[in-house]
Write a protein that binds this ligand. Structure first.
Ligand code: GLN
Ligand code: ZN
Length: 751
């Protein structure tokens, strides 16, 4: 068996996020275009050198991007919405960034999540007036650069036509096939130029195939690849899938391509089951994702070696077997080198992108016989990690959680307790995080600002904003979340069982990176996390102050989770820890508590058939966090999106007394959902968009309220912005909230 190593892509951001800094300083106008491009080139080549040094057999080129690979592909095919062409006399680079970030005359293209990751791509808009052409063969430029500068025979990486079109919008859906054909002719040009330039294999990513659950969809994709093969008969394509299993591996093996790539980490069982029944056709390449590309754990190489050995009989005729990461390493933090503060036993169980490259090399070199002593080192440090942390101490059964008294009965006791006016006004939690506050937090963390001083600053901010909220006249106040850097990392730092890294950044969108905490052992409550600030705020006002927590599902989905423990077990553990926080808040007199779950929906599995199971445990975990409160305690939750029609029953099953959701950008659709479904609990439809600096007029918001009252009973309806306000300025926030309060009061009077 001829084993080769490969990866589908590598982080762009650089070891110290130099990529991010370069982008941001260019956007600020601190760099010329030439300086910016030169710096990007340096980063790109540095990264390639590293891959070369790691000994990879197939080095990806073309996956590097200035913003996003979907945007790169759209621009490559000149898919540029007219609003940018018209308003932009500037350079191609200006247009590119305008599409990503918007410009004065033209709003940015939509951005959305890349499958079930936390990476966001720019949604291509294929307009009627689009003139299909290859404007610039970027993969070719990258391929040639790697060859000429470093002598690397790279493996160009493309987003495949099926996936690209599936993720695009703007064209009539009924014409999918026609647009696919048009795209194929463009892909053919890009691919033939690459082939002529010497590319011996081209990776073509089709992650959307894991969601092609019907034979018909699969057939459409197969047809496309047959057409492509006719257009470029000499090209050698490696069709890559990832993030889940493919439903029809047998059919995939019949696609007229050089090789196929399967994920053997995510969707492992289903992919394996099918693969075991197949014989790889003679001369084909089979690429297997055996190292997790989107989590932080060391690979059990011994186990993966056995897996490969078991599969080997089916590979007898294969030309090559590639071992690789399960998906692009774009979704992994860059390097463990910086992590000097992690406990040694924990660190011995981790592998970031750089270390994953070493794992692939080790597996290749020691497949037949163990020749490297580092193989033993690798396995024994993994063993040490497992011995220290693997055993769950608190492995109690996940059980059904439920408040003992149903909402219908809680409602009346809560009405009596809270005595709120109709259409009560509130906010979602955070108030503007000023530069000053952020700098203070950094200084506090570095030790150059004392705890006393820092906490004094937080308290002052809280006091300012309690006063502002009272002046505006809001009915339910919040403390403002000034002490939090991030809604998940904050809890990760305080709960036991989590580790926070120094430099474990992963690109989320554009230059924005996130640093997910790592859940490495039992999650338990250590000490109250939010009580001090919330209770302080409550001492300053007679109005209720709403406590503010992040929910168990969101904490799990935005962390690196354990893979040897079922997700629902971890979620339930987090829920139990939060339950103690809820209790501590209640004891401190905070009896209205919001538990945010903005990431509940995005955790939905890629395959439809897995949705039910996920929703069941996710909803149950949420309920577990609030299960033990008094009947009079009012539990709120918040989600930042409005696509609810398909999961409305689950949202209802969360059993929150009040839910607040995003609606300002799509309230029409959402109101329809409530018209057609019975949602009988309190609901706050966000009446204005906090993502925009625009100050909405009271009349606008009043109109939304009036419309909503057409489908929702007044006594269930709350008035609030559609998300937290931390990214807005103080002036914008005060002005918008004043208008919101006026709108609510006018609507109240009109009732
Ligand atoms: N309470 C959080 C805030 O206001 C909610 C953030 C979110 O929904 N993403 O910032
Ligand atoms: Zn939100």
């Amino acid at each position: 068996m001829k084993i080769k190593t490969s990866i589908q892509g590598y982080p762009r951001i650089g070891e110290q996020r130099e990529w991010k800094r370069n982008l941001e300083s260019f956007w600020k106008g601190e760099k010329t275009e030439a300086e910016f491009e030169q710096e990007m080139k340096d980063i790109r080549l540095e990264r390639l050198k590293q891959l070369q040094k790691a000994g990879l057999d197939y080095i990806p080129v073309g996956d590097f991007s200035y913003y996003d690979h979907m945007l790169d592909t759209a621009v490559m095919f000149d898919i540029i919405p007219a609003r940018f062409a018209d308003s932009q006399p500037g350079s191609a680079l200006d247009t590119y960034f305008s599409m990503a970030r918007g410009t004065k005359g033209a709003g940015a293209c939509e951005m959305t999540k890349w499958f079930n990751t936390n990476y966001h791509y720019i949604v291509p808009e294929i307009e009627e007036g689009w003139v299909p052409k290859v404007a610039h063969n970027k993969p070719l430029a990258d391929y040639l650069e790697a060859k000429e500068s470093l002598g690397i025979e790279g493996k160009p990486v493309l987003v495949g036509p099926y996936t690209f079109l599936k993720l695009s919008k703007g064209f009539p859906e009924a014409e999918f096939s026609r647009y696919l054909d048009i795209l194929l002719s463009l892909y053919a040009k890009v691919i033939s130029e690459l082939t002529e330039a010497g590319a011996s294999v081209i990776q073509i990513d089709e992650p959307a195939l894991v969601q092609a659950e019907t034979e018909a969809e699969f057939h459409l994709a197969k047809q496309a690849y047959e057409n492509l093969a006719n257009l470029v008969p000499d090209a050698s394509l490696l069709l890559q899938t990832y993030f889940e299993s493919v439903d029809h591996v047998k059919t995939l093996l019949q696609f007229p391509v050089k090789g196929i790539g399967l994920d053997l980490v995510h969707g492992k069982e289903r992919n394996l089951q099918q693969l075991r029944q197949e014989q790889i056709p003679a001369g084909k390449v089979i690429a297997l994702g055996v190292v997790d590309g989107r989590n932080v754990w060391k690979t059990d190489l011994e186990a993966q070696k056995h897996l490969l050995q078991q599969l080997e009989p089916g590979f007898a005729e294969a030309e090559e077997v590639w071992i690789q990461s399960s998906c692009s390493l774009l979704h992994s933090p860059v390097s463990l080198k910086q992590e000097v503060n992690l406990p040694a036993e924990l660190k011995s169980g981790l592998a970031f992108a750089e270390e994953k490259l070493e794992e692939l090399q080790l597996l290749k070199n020691n497949y037949a016989n163990t020749v490297d002593s580092s193989w033993e080192d690798h396995q024994s440090s993994l063993k040490k990690f497992r011995e220290t942390y693997q055993k769950l101490e608190k492995n109690e059964e996940v059980r059904m959680a439920m408040r003992p008294v149903p909402f219908s009965e809680r409602q009346s006791v809560q009405e009596k307790k809270w005595r709120l006016p109709l259409l009560p006004t509130t906010t979602i939690g955070s108030f503007p995080q000023t530069q000053e506050m952020r700098q203070a937090r950094t200084a506090f963390r570095k030790g150059s600002l004392s705890t006393l001083h820092y906490e004094r600053m937080v308290k002052d901010k809280i006091a300012d904003w309690v006063r502002i909220q009272e002046e505006i006249g809001l009915d339910v106040l919040v403390h403002g979340e000034f002490e939090r850097n991030d809604m998940v990392e904050f809890f990760g730092e305080k709960l036991d069982g989590f580790a926070v890294t120094r430099n474990g950044w992963v690109q989320s969108y554009g230059s924005r990176c996130v640093k997910p905490p790592i859940i490495y052992t039992d999650v338990t409550f250590a000490e109250p996390m939010t009580v001090k600030e919330t209770a302080y705020a409550q001492t300053l006002t007679k109005k209720p102050v709403k406590g503010m927590l992040t929910g168990p599902v969101t904490i799990l989905n935005w962390s690196f989770e354990r893979t040897d423990v079922p997700k629902q077990t971890t979620a339930f553990q987090i829920a139990q820890a939060l339950q103690e926080e809820v209790k501590a808040l209640e004891e401190a007199g905070i009896e209205m508590i919001q538990i945010d779950e903005p990431a509940l929906r995005e955790g939905l599995p890629l395959k439809q058939e897995d949705h039910c199971y996920y929703l069941d445990w996710a909803v149950n975990s949420f309920r577990a966090s609030a299960e033990k409160v008094k009947d009079t305690t009012q539990i709120h939750t918040h989600m930042c999106y409005s696509e609810f029609h398909d999961i409305i029953d689950s949202i209802s099953a969360m059993d929150a007394d009040v839910i607040s959701i995003e609606t300002s950008r799509s309230h029409g659709e959402l109101i329809e959902v409530f018209e057609n479904n019975v949602y009988d609990k309190g609901i706050g439809l966000g009446v204005y968009d906090i993502h925009s600096p625009r100050i909405p007029e009271a009349e606008e918001m009043q109109e939304i309220i009036t419309k909503s009252l057409g489908v929702l009973p007044a006594k269930l309806f709350w008035v609030n912005p559609d998300c937290g306000l931390k990214t807005r300025t103080e002036e914008e926030t005060v002005a918008a909230l004043k208008n919101m309060q006026a709108a609510a009061e006018q609507a109240r009077n009109a009732l």
